[in-house]
Design a protein around this ligand. Structure first.
Ligand code: P53
Length: 477
């Protein structure tokens, strides 16, 4: 049990110590009403911005607009607070900590040019974790790509990027061979899309799925390389799991729900079973999508299957083919049908602890692979009292209920659950909205949506509560 973060939302130091620019560094902040935007320069020198998931003009390159606020640039400044933060994690009793290694900090352009200073930063972080017996869990790619690869190669649409990515992985596998055992190749592989995450300028399905094929091959190759360096490595995949229910017993809703769930299962099928499932191949045929493969790709996917399934779990969703406008709630840019049995968070996410037990069983039944809940938690507006205290009882309640279901999945269903790292164990920038107001932490960071604050850390009420949960291995809730 521990906590989870990601470099682009937590680290800051966006150009410090030789780090190159990442796509995450050209995404603006936003909130529930203001969508985040990406900023760029077109080949004729015009500066522009577009909503994050819109296609980009051809040849547009990442560009940082002076005076524009970008939350990743300083984020919650792990870059300068790592010692203090890790000490706080240790105080809570963490025995694992998930973080991501920023590609552009290690390879500023994403190519085979190394930045030793960037590696030294991660040496310090990993050694500090080990000092407290905290197992480092490393995400190799969490929503960040060096801008150079997007600018010069159109990101993952180019096969060359596979080689760049596996070079980066190999450096880390070798360097941390005896120090890091748990790795994850790509964060939330199922929701990767568009320029901001994949570096692709066009969003047409052909480009998208060709890029995703390259991501699959890159992951499989990384697994193969990693296992050669240390056969004890546990290299996992990571999927954003949003359990879906049919609205009722109407057969069309059951089918719709099946299809929704397949959008997640597709990624697990490829990465756990090692091949493209028939329903996806048929869909590609119907949609005229032709994946260009090299002769070795199918074999690579088979060999490079993962050791465990990591997934995020925040909410469930509902399929209803007859959904009326009034049944729909907006949950983080996603339109979802309201589930009348569930409460929603302030961001419209349906809180569903029972769904976690269902998800664990469903995934385990289908794949029989170890499972790792690498993200879970409640994004909420926290109020700081005059004396600095934060009484986040809503967060404690959320965790209590989810941990109880985890317990039942292990004890009553026999699910092989290997770990639990709640998201944003210390406050960090929201990926969806780019704001600070949506907080997940047991530890508060003094920073607001516009970048004001002194970055001081403080313990919320949930800090002591979670400490006691870890101490009792989840039995004292
Ligand atoms: P935020 C959407 C739906 C579920 C999970 O999200 C998601 C997203 C993308 O926003 O992302 C994961 O910050 C992701 C983290 C992210 C976390 O969930 O929008 O792996 O980077 O911060 C929570 O509240």
């Amino acid at each position: 049990m521990g906590g989870a973060t990601a470099a682009n939302q937590y680290e800051g130091g966006y150009l410090s110590g030789g780090k190159g620019l990442s796509l995450a560094d050209v995404i603006t902040s936003g909130d529930q009403k203001t969508p985040r935007k990406v900023t760029f320069k077109t080949p004729d020198g015009k500066i522009g911005s577009r909503e994050r998931n819109e296609p980009l003009p051809e040849g547009a390159k990442a560009y940082v607009i002076p005076d524009q606020y970008y939350p990743s640039h300083v984020a919650t400044d792990f870059y300068h607070h790592w010692e203090e933060d890790i000490a706080l994690f240790a105080e809570m009793g963490f025995n694992s900590f998930r973080f991501s290694i920023n590609w552009a900090r290690v390879c500023p352009k994403g190519t085979k040019e190394l930045n030793e200073e960037g590696l030294i930063f991660y040496d310090k972080v990993i050694d500090e974790l080990l000092k407290y017996n905290i197992e480092p869990v490393v995400t190799l790619n969490h929503f960040d790509m060096p801008t150079y690869l997007a600018d010069e190669y159109d990101g993952w649409s180019s096969r060359e990027v596979i080689d760049f990515y596996t070079f980066f992985c190999k450096i880390l596998f070798k360097r941390y061979k005896g120090k890091v055992k748990y790795w994850m190749t790509f964060n939330e592989i199922n929701i990767l899309r568009s320029w901001s995450q994949l570096g692709i300028h066009s969003n047409d399905p052909q480009t998208l799925f060709q890029a995703k094929h390259h991501v699959f091959v890159a992951s499989a190759k990384a697994v193969q390389i990693g296992k050669k360096i240390n056969p004890d490595f546990q290299i996992g995949m990571m999927v954003c799991y949003i359990l879906n229910y049919p609205r009722d017993c109407k057969p069309a809703n059951i089918l719709e729900s099946l299809q929704f769930n397949r959008e997640m299962e597709f990624y697990m099928d490829v990465q756990v079973k090692g091949y493209y499932p028939s329903y996806k191949l048929k869909a590609f045929d119907r949609e005229g999508i032709v994946i260009k493969k090299e002769p070795e790709d199918d074999e690579l996917l088979k060999i490079g299957t993962v050791d465990y399934i990591g997934f995020s779990y925040y909410m469930s969703s509902v399929s209803d083919v007859d959904a009326k406008e009034s049944d729909i709630v907006i949950g983080n840019q996603m339109k979802v049908t309201k589930n009348p049995y569930l409460e929603i968070s302030d961001w419209g996410w349906a809180i569903d602890p029972t769904g976690l037990r269902v998800a664990l069983s469903k995934i385990y039944d289908r794949y029989q692979a170890p499972l790792f809940i690498v993200e879970n938690g409640l994004g909420a507006y926290d109020k700081v009292k005059e004396d600095g205290a934060i009484y986040d009882d809503y967060r404690i309640q959320y965790f209590k209920k989810h941990i109880k279901e985890m317990h039942d999945a292990i004890i009553l269903d026999g699910v092989d659950l290997i770990g639990y790292t709640p998201w944003g164990c210390i406050d960090l920038v929201s990926a969806g909205t780019g704001e600070m107001d949506k907080r997940y932490g047991f530890i508060h960071v003094d920073l607001d949506n516009d970048g004001n604050g002194d970055m001081s850390r403080s313990r919320k009420k949930s800090f002591d509560w979670y400490k006691q949960v870890i101490e009792s291995n989840g039995t004292k809730l």
